[in-house]
Design a protein around this ligand. Structure first.
Ligand code: HEC
Ligand code: HEC
Length: 193
């Protein structure tokens, strides 16, 4: 019996959407699996559960990838992160970076803003942007990030525990008070300004 053309078309359509759906849910399973050990600290939505730890949602993908590689090869060290990524391939790290970068990060601007911190950030705008969001894919956004985390990073850059040719110099030009002020400023401005 001849199959009407209409039926063939419907079948093709159904098959195509089925395989698209399968591909999508496989990808979702994959990223869920890859990030299953991360959520305990970086949150289900990439928003850190503890204020000393960094949120990853909405962070720049190139920057995230570079940090993941640095933790993996040991050039950036942290007791909680080091060793965690040993079994991840480069492709896995790329997927993880893209995934966290794609998550929305929404934090309202605080009612009060640290004015001394606002003055310090004059030295940061050229790279971290007017609103704490970089124009460059490989440099980190600071807007809305936890101030305790930001402060610790500035101290780690100063002491050379964390290595960055640029930030080692810039951080060491700040005194402790300026670091505290600018870290607080960046948290307070949030991502919705
Ligand atoms: C036990 C808690 C913990 C777990 C689990 C964890 N992290 Fe982290 N992560 C941290 C801490 C703490 C830092 C900050 C490290 C530092 O101070 O240098 C961090 C930093 C990072 C950074 C750098 C962020 C930035 O702004 O520079 C990335 C990226 C990251 N983690 C990704 C991951 C991924 C991906 C996983 C899962 C495979 C994961 N983390 C699991 C605690 C954790
Ligand atoms: C010339 C460009 C440049 C300037 C100016 C600059 N930064 Fe950075 N900053 C960077 C780059 C690049 C990184 C990523 C470093 C790395 O690869 O680990 C970074 C990283 C950081 C981090 C770590 C973010 C994270 O998620 O871990 C903090 C905090 C930071 N900068 C604060 C500042 C502050 C505060 C100022 C101003 C006083 C400043 N930066 C000025 C380029 C710059």
């Amino acid at each position: 019996m001849k199959t009407p053309l209409k039926n063939v078309c419907v079948n093709i359509l159904l098959l195509t959407s089925f395989s698209l759906l399968t591909a999508q849910s496989l990808a979702a399973d994959d990223i869920e699996h890859l990030t299953s050990s991360c959520t305990a600290c970086h949150g289900e939505n990439g928003v850190a559960v503890v204020k000393e730890w960094p949120s990853l949602a909405g962070q720049k993908p190139g920057y995230l990838l570079a940090q993941l590689k640095a933790f993996k090869n040991g050039s950036r060290e942290n007791v909680l992160m080091s060793g965690l990524l040993t079994n991840f391939s480069e492709q896995d790290l790329l997927k993880i970076a893209d995934y966290y970068a794609s998550l929305p990060f929404e934090k309202a601007r605080s009612a009060s803003i640290n004015k001394a911190g606002e003055n310090v950030r004059a030295n940061c705008i050229s790279c971290h942007g007017m609103t704490g969001q970089t124009i460059n894919d490989t440099w980190p956004n600071l807007a809305g990030q936890n101030k305790e985390y930001l402060l610790q990073q500035l101290k780690d850059f100063t002491s050379n525990k964390r290595h960055s040719i640029i930030m080692n110099v810039i951080a060491s030009e700040l005194d402790e008070q300026q670091m505290q002020d600018v870290a607080e400023y960046y948290e307070q401005i949030g991502t919705i300004q």
